[in-house]
Design a protein around this ligand. Sequence first.
Ligand code: ADP
Ligand code: MG
Length: 481
Amino acid sequence: MEAAEKYEVVIGLEVHAQLATNSKLFCGDSTAFGAEPNTHISPVTLGHPGTLPVTNRKAVEYAIRMGLACNCEIEKDNYFARKNYFYPDLPKGYQISQHTTPICKGGKVRIKTADGEREVQLNRIHLEEDAGKSIHDIDDAYTCIDLNRAGTPLIEIVTEPDLYSAEEAWQYVTEIRKLVRWIGVCDGNMEEGSLRCDANVSIRLKGEKSLGTKVEVKNLNSIRNVKKAIEFEIDRMIRLVESGGKVQQQTRSFDAATDTTFAIRDKEEANDYRYFPDPDLAPFHLTDEFINTIAAALPALPNELVNRYQNAFQLTEYDARQLAEEKAASDYFQSVTAYSDQYKAIANWMLGPIRQFLNEAGMGFDSFGLQPSVLAELIKLVESGKVNFSIASSKLLPALIRENGSPLALAEDMNLLQVSDAGELASWVSEALAAMPDKVTEYKKGKKGLIGLFVGEVKKRSKGKADPKIVTQLLEEKLNN
Ligand code: ADP
Ligand code: MG
């Protein structure tokens, strides 16, 4: 038996998501990314003696919103705890976090797997503040510290050890990123560090009930790196165990240049952070009313919409999934349905020519300017046969995106209306047939498939405006008599 097949891989992920609040978790400093280093730093952020933290209500709301989206149980009686350790980029000497009462408990996230969809069990989601950044690579002799990020609100989303391959971990992080963006609690930009992941990985013999010793790979800053780091660890551990070694409990780091991991510390028996309730922050109680208000404002979630789009709008599962991949696209689709019941056509337009236009322009549906009512009219115009789809998508659509006018009026102005006038069509038909006498002879001998070629020739002569249905009729009449 192949060595790898003897083992089962078990993974638990801890994802840190920066909450999209304007200000920090315990003071009014801005959380904007990319500012001049050390400009968003009040005395609270700097941990000066005598300063007092004040909890950001929006951050609490966002944490609850994520919890509700993941079906967690919301903890009503909360307090913040100090997690004590020395970190050069967190001047207070402790991180304010949650300890025994995470704001969200349990919960689940639905992911795609090789065998269909499955729910991944969450352990908790808790609130905490971020540290600043130590920058090691801009000075030869010194490490530089930027405290702008210190105190930024994070939620840490912790799974149970309930992922079983690097691919599942990839799917899970993809799903989390989609979800935080969907409900607007985090921008999900991994390259800016808004979403970071620690991967806990262990292996055990298949059939074994207890978990193997885990290794934790810290601070993975892209979905690709999450997958690569786990793949590397699985391979490393299996080789190690197969050659008679034992997995050490370790904290490791990922080197993206080589797609490998290396040990940064062997885990001490148990971390002793000397947690205690922060005496500067009173425990806070969440009322049902507060939680219910947040629940009521939660938008419909992607999985719910995939079902709704299939059932209420008769879309295929594929189209439904494509539309529910991104909130802005999904919202746009729904606003067009207020003006048109051609649901399939709306999906086709959005996933075909419109998406192509947006891709080429480097834009998304969130900045797409075509009014939903105008798209609905455009669809009606094509449906009525006045403009054919290919001209509508290649010529009319870009013009409408520029000016949002009436599709019919614009088609008239641009001379794009389909020609169904028999006289005009008849002369193109004659020209086309006259240009291809050999093909006409072949057709008459029985090669009926050539009709497509003739229709194409007429379309070309009409610059795409000839109504193909009428053209086909005219051609057949002419050729068969
Ligand atoms: P720690 O105290 O080391 O942070 P936790 O029990 O809090 O460990 O778990 C941290 C993460 O590691 C969780 O996502 C959990 O599911 C995962 N985890 C715990 N034990 C294992 C294991 N043996 N194999 C894989 N993942 C694990
Ligand atoms: Mg951990």
